[in-house]
Ligand binder design. Structure first.
Ligand code: SF4
Ligand code: SF4
Length: 359
């Protein structure tokens, strides 16, 4: 598979990398199998995170014997130096490697977070020590807020930048990506599939590959998904594929969920991330798939007390507190139309929840 240089890191990574967030959602054996399969198909660049629960250790099991044949990136949050030290050591052990190729500061969305990283005695200091020891080779940064990244890059510290980039979220093309190219910073595109929201994943990846020096890391959890995406290397998107991407863009708008699940868990055990994308989900899989178990989830959604915990954690700043309640109501109303519940039941549930909220 074609390889490109990941900016000043000098790492030669395959044109498509492997995003290891979704392997958390399958059983451990399948996670290891799909990761190894991706390697066998030619992928040499794998990106995971301390926050992706089992993902790092599954990567370790799948790739730990391959040494420098693969390039492994991970990332962690960075409250302070001690916290980062603990997380780094966990990642290091999980990945079963002599060194981590690329360690990234995860989700740097606010200016004060960037200051925290860079301050004297802060988390960067620890990572720099690890770089001297040789347990990490390169340092990068990730963010869901591309407008903050030029400032981060100008610090001269980071060798790579990872930001959401896809047919819908293309803001980085204007300023950040040209800047990164001019500074020889490696550019990693997260969410190339918009969190699984596109109806043609291969076309979505083809679109990214048209942008010089940008390495997409589509999330893959099934062997079929690897097989579906890799042919994207054969050429750019055709007119029909572009039309599909454009139709998806119109359908999704900008306030759509990317299924990252950072908002979870809810202290009231509400399935917030599922609820807010349920309308789109049933539209695509078929409304007849709605069952009693789903009604329970939407009824539970009405118990949202607007604590804001989920909203504070969403890197896309989605107005979750409103969305959870509104979507729960909408879905119950849809259930009436589908005959899953009666109108009377629906109104009873909604009015019970509204009384509860007023009390
Ligand atoms: S705002 Fe509602 S859905 Fe979100 S965490 Fe709080 S209770 Fe849960
Ligand atoms: S609501 Fe936000 S945090 Fe939660 S899954 Fe969707 S995009 Fe991610």
């Amino acid at each position: 598979m074609e390889k490109i240089r990941l900016g000043k890191t000098g790492l030669m990574v395959t044109r498509i990398g492997f995003g290891a967030l979704p392997i958390q959602a399958v059983d451990r054996g399948s996670a290891v199998k799909v990761t190894r399969y991706a390697y066998e198909q030619g992928i040499n660049f794998f990106d995971t995170a301390r926050a992706y629960t089992t993902s790092e250790s599954d990567l370790g099991k799948a790739l730990g014997d391959l040494g420098s044949e693969v390039i492994v990136a991970t990332k962690a949050f960075y409250k302070n130096k001690d916290q980062l030290k603990e997380d780094f050591n966990t990642s290091y052990n999980n990945l079963q490697r002599d060194y981590i190729d690329l360690f990234q500061f995860h989700l740097v969305n606010e200016e004060d977070q960037l200051e925290e990283i860079l301050k004297k005695g802060g988390p960067l200091e620890y990572l720099t020590e690890e770089k001297k020891r040789g347990r990490v080779k390169h340092i990068g940064i990730t963010s869901h807020r591309p407008s903050l990244m030029p400032k981060a890059l100008e610090s001269g510290i980071f060798e790579t930048v990872q930001i959401p980039l896809n047919y819908i979220e293309n803001e980085p093309l204007e300023r950040l990506i040209p800047l990164a190219r001019s500074m020889d910073i490696g550019i990693i595109a997260m969410k190339p599939l918009a969190g699984g929201s596109f109806t043609n994943n291969r076309a979505a990846v083809k679109w990214i590959l048209e942008h010089e020096g940008v390495v997409p890391i589509p999330g893959m959890r099934l062997i079929d998904e690897v097989d579906d995406i890799l042919p994207a290397l054969k050429g750019g998107p055709g007119s029909e594929e572009l039309a599909r991407l454009e139709a998806d863009r119109r359908e999704l708008g900008t306030n759509f969920c990317r299924r990252c699940n950072y908002c979870m868990p809810c202290p009231n055990e509400i399935e917030a991330s599922f609820i807010i994308r349920a309308g789109l989900y049933f539209k695509r899989v078929g409304w007849d798939k709605m069952e009693d178990k789903h009604i329970g989830l939407f009824e539970k959604g009405l118990e949202c007390d607007r604590c804001g915990t989920c909203e504070d954690k969403c890197p896309y700043y989605l107005p979750l507190t409103d969305m959870v309640i509104e979507e729960s109501k909408n879905m119950l109303k849809s259930a009436v139309k589908l005959g899953v519940i009666s109108e009377e039941e629906c109104l009873k549930k909604i009015s019970k929840a509204e009384k509860g909220t007023d009390e």
